[in-house]
Design a protein around this ligand. Structure first.
Ligand code: LLP
Length: 427
């Protein structure tokens, strides 16, 4: 995280707190979030986008990491929030997040969730398919309200990222194909309960190239101009989704937020001018890029297992149940030893988790200082898509999460216990 340092003991310091003290106080595995890092990224997105286009909006994609502490920070920084379930909506609501700044996404929302979204008064419901459109129309009609909606479209773009996080392609489960979206516009225009305020697409995640963002935008803006021609409707907003990449490995730097913003906003302005869509506003939904670098995961080293001449495993007390990303996407991380930050990393290890699967490897063939049981392994860039995707596999207790700032630390999610696991097990 921003502001991290190494102290005289050779320990990693985050938000002014010695990581070894944190591990001692709260136990491991422990996720440590630096509040100032989240705030700085949120401000950077706002500055880089609204500085270039004052009508643009930044909406944080809560699926990357949502809890009440994060929701409050996001609200204080003036970002909107993308939620994809009644659960995320309720977390945001209980944190006092302003409902009008919420975008409700999802490809298979239940009636109960649509009811909840209307009752809570969320700012936008993003309609994914014709079936949902009909149901929402009925539910909003029965409540005699008029909901601001967007339609999610598929621009048919390949963002060159991992197949499991590619979403804007034509055979994706998300969104309308363009022809179906056009019929949906007609359907909304004939409804008294729905108001079409814009269109949305999201082409994927961890996208290093800028061109796919522009290609998707080109298609979407052409479609929006076509809608104006066919239906006489000028919508207010294009929500271009998220997908901005962050750096996990030292050799692989993505564009900066400023570089993404410059390319995307100038292209947006140019195309809007060309198509005479100058009243259109732009929304972006960064999830990973807002929180990924704000957190590290701390693990205790237990067993070190040498298979002579082949591999040396360094086994830690967490793994795929708190970070599924290496197993699911082949994601790569660069760990360190938090208590040996000044020692030379000259030993080759494979960091294995403690779960009953050979695929539970957090990082293969990484260099670390010579380790002993009891050392603390730190995995940087664990703020996005780790805790929210965590499971209770092998009856594992999901880890504690702390927030650090200026030498202060506070628990924002307590470690689970056997009582938590037994509470839902009715025997
Ligand atoms: N907006 C929508 C509609 C989305 O579906 C997503 C992510 C985002 C915004 C934010 O994308 P981001 O800026 O975080 O790339 N679990 C995967 C990533 C799944 C992304 C799902 N949708 C991973 O760990 O890589």
């Amino acid at each position: 995280p921003l502001g991290s340092a190494i102290n005289d003991h050779g320990h990693l310091v985050i938000g002014g707190c010695d990581s070894m003290d944190l591990a001692e106080t709260y136990g491991t595995p422990l996720y440590v979030f630096a509040e100032e890092d989240i705030r700085a990224r949120a401000r950077e997105f706002k500055r880089e986008f609204t500085g270039r286009l004052s009508s643009s909006r930044v909406v944080y994609a809560g699926k990357a990491c949502l809890n009440r502490a994060v929701a409050k920070i996001i609200a204080e920084e003036g970002l909107g929030l993308d939620v994809v379930s009644g659960g995320e909506l309720e977390i945001a609501r209980s944190a006092g997040f302003p409902m009008k700044n919420i975008y409700f996404h999802g490809n298979n929302k239940s009636d109960a969730e649509l009811e909840l979204a209307l009752a809570a008064g969320v700012g936008r419901i993003v309609i994914d398919n014709a079936w949902e459109l009909a149901r929402l129309d009925g539910i909003a009609g029965a409540r005699s309200c008029r909901a601001d909606v967007m339609l999610r479209i598929k621009p048919g773009i390949d963002p060159h990222t991992h197949a499991k996080i590619t979403t804007g392609n034509i055979d994706s489960k998300f969104g309308f194909g363009l022809e179906d979206a056009d019929s949906a516009v007609g359907r909304i225009l004939s409804s008294n309960s729905l108001k079409l305020v814009g269109f949305h697409y999201h082409i994927g995640s961890q996208i290093f190239e800028i061109q796919p963002f522009l290609d998707a935008m080109h298609t979407a803006l052409g479609f929006i101009a076509g809608v104006r021609g066919r239906w006489g409707l000028i919508v207010d907003e294009l929500d271009a989704g998220g997908g901005f990449a962050v750096q996990y490995l030292s050799g692989q730097a993505p564009p900066s937020v400023g570089e993404y913003a410059e390319a995307i906003v100038s292209f947006f302005k140019e195309e809007c001018r060309r198509l005479d869509l100058t009243s259109l506003s732009l929304t972006v939904e960064p999830g990973r890029a807002t929180v990924a670098r704000a957190a590290v995961a701390l693990y205790s080293v237990g067993v070190i297992k040498d298979i002579p001449g082949i591999r040396r495993y360094l086994c830690v007390d967490g793994g795929m149940a708190d970070n599924i990303r290496p197993a699911l996407y082949g994601a790569c991380y660069e760990p360190y030893l938090a208590n040996r930050m000044t020692e030379r990393a000259n030993q080759l290890y494979t960091v294995a988790g403690r779960f009953c699967e050979s695929g539970d490897i957090l990082a293969a063939d990484v260099k670390l200082p010579a380790a002993d049981p009891g050392d603390t392994l730190v995995m940087p860039v664990c703020g996005a898509y780790c805790i929210p995707m965590a499971s209770n596999y092998n009856a594992f207790f999901r880890p504690a999460v702390v927030m650090v700032k200026e030498g202060q630390h506070r628990l924002i999610r307590r470690r689970e216990s056997i009582e938590d696991l037994l509470r839902t097990d009715l025997g």
